[in-house]
Design a protein around this ligand. Sequence first.
Ligand code: NAD
Length: 385
Amino acid sequence: MLRVGIIGFGGAGQAHAFYWSCIAGCRVTKIFDPKPRAAARARDAAAGVTFCDDAAAFWPDLDAVVVCTPDRTHAGYIVDALGRGLHVLVEKPLCDSVDGLRAIRRAAAAAPAQVVAVVHQMRFVPLHQRIKALVDAGALGALSYLEGYYVHDLTSRAFQNDRWREADNATPLVYSGCHFVDLLRWLAGEEIVEVFAAAGHRAFPEYPESDLNVVTLRFASGVVGTVVVAFGEPGPQDHTVRVTGRDAAVRGNLLYRRDGRLGAVVHRPLIFQPALLAGAGKSGGQSRYRQLRTNLPPYVMARTVEMLRILARRPNAEYGAANYPVRLYEHSLACVGAINDFVGAIRERRQPMCSIAEAGRTVLACLAGVESYRTNRAVAVAELD
Ligand SMILES: NC(=O)c1ccc[n+]([C@@H]2O[C@H](COP(=O)([O-])OP(=O)(O)OC[C@H]3O[C@@H](n4cnc5c(N)ncnc54)[C@H](O)[C@@H]3O)[C@@H](O)[C@H]2O)c1
């Protein structure tokens, strides 16, 4: 049994208490959070798990920790945990500074048998995995453009559990844009060499520095990308992806070729998400019945609209059926996928998919983006070494 400790018990920490209950052979045995309000959250969301507000009591008798603390504190906790012989899973971003990245790499080099992985769950979203398979199989041809949206209305949530986003000036690009900078790097299979970014601060002025970051990415081969991060936009979360190649393009969930036909569906809503069924007590339901009740209606709607598209045969018409009707983003399933990869890396003594090197390059590209919008000039992305 892998004994796991959660560090930081706000939104992400509580979510991890559930995710880890889905992972065979693992158990969350301790939670550490120094802030008084966290104890009550732990009583509600993780009954039976030892809660510590004192780090000395937390560290013993663990095999791995999950770092769910403010971005600025990630590096310190990773270094500390590695020094104590523990494996580390850290919430994205790996860290928020070049100094932090250096410290993490030094500590990891001194602990080669321990696994460090980052929860970049976008790589584990089923739609994104299908897109990656299409890219790798050459189905899109040579890539030319990639785009990702991280649109998440944080106006009522940003400071719910803690004010670290304000105190630490957590820029949208490093804190959340990292999701799609990382995803686009992974889909493209190459590195971002230069970025140019802009920032706005009109939709959610209470958020520090800026609430809107738009960054263009230039990859080594000349492929261009865009990532939009918006914290103040009303509406449901939008994580749309677009990947364009010479022969075909994926827009959201539809694969378009040059034949003028309706787009082929890349992924459909999952009626059952078996990986979550073992999980304990999260609202939203983890019995087959509750999954069915939640997922069947959007599945039926999606299939119905898919079939009805035949009535509007030409997607290019003024009223062409050009988009998929359902948002597809299986957040918990993807996070559990990232955790399974981390646990697999420990058991099989291999690198995790989101290693320090991978996530470190994402951090460097995001930091270059912040420098770019602050200076209003294009910025070369620093190399990892
Ligand atoms: N993968 C994802 O989709 C995802 C989603 C949300 C958050 N995150 C990441 O998770 C981390 C936490 O974000 P959150 O939304 O849970 O924030 P939050 O504000 O909800 O909670 C932060 C928690 O950390 C605790 N904390 C503050 N300082 C601490 C310290 N020095 N040591 C230990 N605990 C401390 C606070 O008491 C609080 O419980 C961030 O790195 C964030 O980027 C990832």
